[in-house]
Design a protein around this ligand. Structure first.
Ligand SMILES: [Fe+2]
Ligand SMILES: [Fe+2]
Length: 251
């Protein structure tokens, strides 16, 4: 039997069953009182319910080609973790929209249309390549978050716990889709292209959501909003600046 899992023998992926009481956090600018930083995280959360479902389905298609029991075990734990992320982000998004008056349908529209009209037409191996790419991106952000204990400014918020839980599990299962992709003969060229597309769409959707939320909250013309934006993205913690080199490593 060929080894198909690239993870060390003692590495395990644990499916946890957490609970989060998000109501009091999501009603206001929970992230350091900052409209921009709060909108950034809230908008990013919108991408997960549909994304996680697509990740699971893209791997499931190739499950029959996996013979290594270790990789199969990892795949089952991957399904468990991503399904839980999907559920908790759906609750997060529903609650957020109800509490703050955002329209979920309007916010998710480009992603829903893209999945229906473009993603669903891709070949299974292309869908798996997008999962590999998206998993690489989430693993970079997750790794940076786990190294930065003060990311949420010591707010001790439930919503911060949710993000740390998601980051921990993304780190645990980050190799699963990649190992499946390698096993079924996915090419370097295809996953490079998938990373460019995934990066473009994730940034586009996230920033679109941020602008809609800031406009709705009448924060879009405030100086603090954009000072926070420049700091958060490029300086401290520099969420995109610090992601750049590991992003490049994928190529
Ligand atoms: Fe996830
Ligand atoms: Fe994931």
């Amino acid at each position: 039997m060929n080894k198909q899992s690239g993870s060390p023998a003692r590495h395990t992926i644990n499916v946890r069953k957490p609970n989060f009481d998000l109501e009091s956090d999501l009603a206001h600018d929970w992230f350091d009182g900052s409209a921009f930083k709060t909108a950034f995280e809230n908008s990013f959360s919108l991408l997960f319910p549909l994304g996680e479902r697509a990740f699971i389905e893209s791997v499931k298609h190739f499950e029959k080609d996996i013979k290594d029991p270790k990789l199969l075990d990892e795949i089952y734990s991957f399904y468990g973790q991503e399904a839980a992320h999907r559920k908790h982000h759906q609750q997060y998004n529903d609650l957020l929209c109800r509490l703050r008056g955002y329209e979920l349908e309007e916010l998710s529209k480009p992603q829903v249309i893209r999945h229906r009209d473009r993603y669903s037409l891709l070949k299974p191996i292309q869908r798996l390549a997008s999962t590999v790419a998206a998993e690489h991106l989430t693993a970079i952000l997750a790794d940076n978050l786990l190294r930065d204990k003060e990311h949420f400014e010591g707010s001790g918020k439930e919503v911060a716990k949710l993000w740390y839980w998601h980051a921990l599990e993304e780190t645990e299962h980050k190799a699963v889709a990649f190992d499946v992709y390698k096993t079924v003969g996915g090419s370097l060229k295809m996953r490079r292209r998938a990373l460019l597309l995934a990066t473009y769409f994730i940034l586009k959707d996230t920033f679109r959501g941020i602008f809609i939320m800031l406009k709705h909250d009448k924060q879009q013309w405030k100086l603090r909003t954009w000072i926070d934006a420049i700091n958060f993205i490029f300086i401290k913690p520099g969420i995109l600046r610090t992601a750049f080199l590991p992003w490049l490593a994928f190529f």
